[in-house]
Design a protein. Structure first.
Length: 327
């Protein structure tokens, strides 16, 4: 299949590109490189530098490479920033994706896989969270993604566009060659590992008074390679007129303090922590019920141990101390 991967130079996007290539698919990457890295795109893979909202550029890429499907990662994704800069998120996520979808439908693209988020649920009534749970985003980021999901439902029934919205919980870990290199970094595990490596003085705990066993927020961590495999499975399973939704997580929740302890075990380093105020839009507990993805897609995550997951991130960070700038 000929697949356009938007945001394919980013963290999850780059691993998905490698997964698609390994399975014999033809890939073209479109990325504006605001957060992605050109060095993460394999040699020989066509690369388009630009925005998903650029109708002419996207249309050209679709026609030039015979694109049959799109996997869409390109987005702004910081919960806290979305609350401070709401219009940025509605423009970069919702409006830009609507422009991409318009081009895709008019150009005859038949399949669309959306990188969505567990933030569409807000604070759930119970955990683990099934896809049938109420959709009540508590951040502009979550709302900006939910608006796209709703549009995909309408496009399925009106145009036949087949889609899958994959609601991630917390992506983590690395492969031997691809890992997290955000500027600035905001994800917990790489931040903690930076403390272990002596690159920052301490890790901040955003809230220690949640109604959780140790007072810190609980999250479900899923390995990036398992996420990439889910995208491939969803892409291959889609049929015309469908708009599917899947949670992607391990089904196990770990608190911030538990993650820090795992990092201490893996690295053997003392890691200083500092308590600070909660961030706006952060629910206390988010844990996935991924039964539907396992049942319908045959998705079987390879990583189910936190220390093993952290270990892959630590190995990548030690091998790439300067991120992609060093390679």
């Amino acid at each position: 299949m000929n697949v356009l991967v938007t945001g394919g130079a980013g963290y999850i996007g780059s691993v998905t590109v490698a997964t698609l290539l390994a399975q014999g698919h033809h890939v073209v990457v479109l990325d504006e490189l605001s957060t992605g890295h050109r060095n993460s795109v394999p040699d020989g893979v066509p690369f388009v530098h630009g925005s998903v909202a650029d109708e002419d550029m996207v249309g050209y890429a679709i026609a030039q490479h015979g694109v049959e499907a799109i996997i869409h990662f390109a987005a702004a994704s910081l919960v806290g920033e979305s609350m401070a800069k709401p219009t940025k998120y509605f423009l970069a996520n919702t409006a830009a994706t609507f422009a991409l979808l318009d081009t895709a439908v008019r150009r005859g693209v038949g399949r669309f896989v959306l990188s969505s988020t567990a933030a569409v649920y807000g604070t759930p009534d119970s955990v683990p969270i099934p896809e049938t749970a109420a959709l009540r985003p508590e951040s502009v980021y979550g709302e900006s993604k939910l608006m796209i999901e709703r549009a995909l439902g309408w496009l399925a029934s009106t145009t036949g566009l087949a889609s899958a919205s994959l609601r991630y919980f917390n992506a983590a870990g690395a492969t031997a060659t691809l890992g997290e290199d955000h500027r600035p970094e905001t994800h917990l595990i790489p931040l903690v590992l930076q403390v272990a490596a002596g690159k920052r003085p301490a890790i901040q705990l955003f809230g220690t008074d949640y109604q959780t066993p140790d007072g810190t927020a609980v999250r479900d961590y899923v390995h990036v390679s398992d996420l990439a495999n889910a995208h491939l499975l969803a892409l291959e399973a889609l049929k015309s007129g469908e708009a599917r939704h899947y949670n992607l997580g391990s089904g196990t929740g770990y608190s911030v303090r538990e993650v820090i302890e795992a990092c201490r075990r893996v690295t053997g380093e003392a890691i200083k922590e500092v308590a600070v105020e909660r961030r706006a839009g952060d629910p206390p507990v988010l844990v996935a019920d991924s039964t539907k993805a396992r049942r319908e897609l045959g998705w079987a995550p390879a990583f189910d141990d936190l220390d093993a997951l952290v270990g892959t991130a630590w190995e990548w960070q030690r091998a790439h101390p300067d991120g992609y700038d060093g390679h």
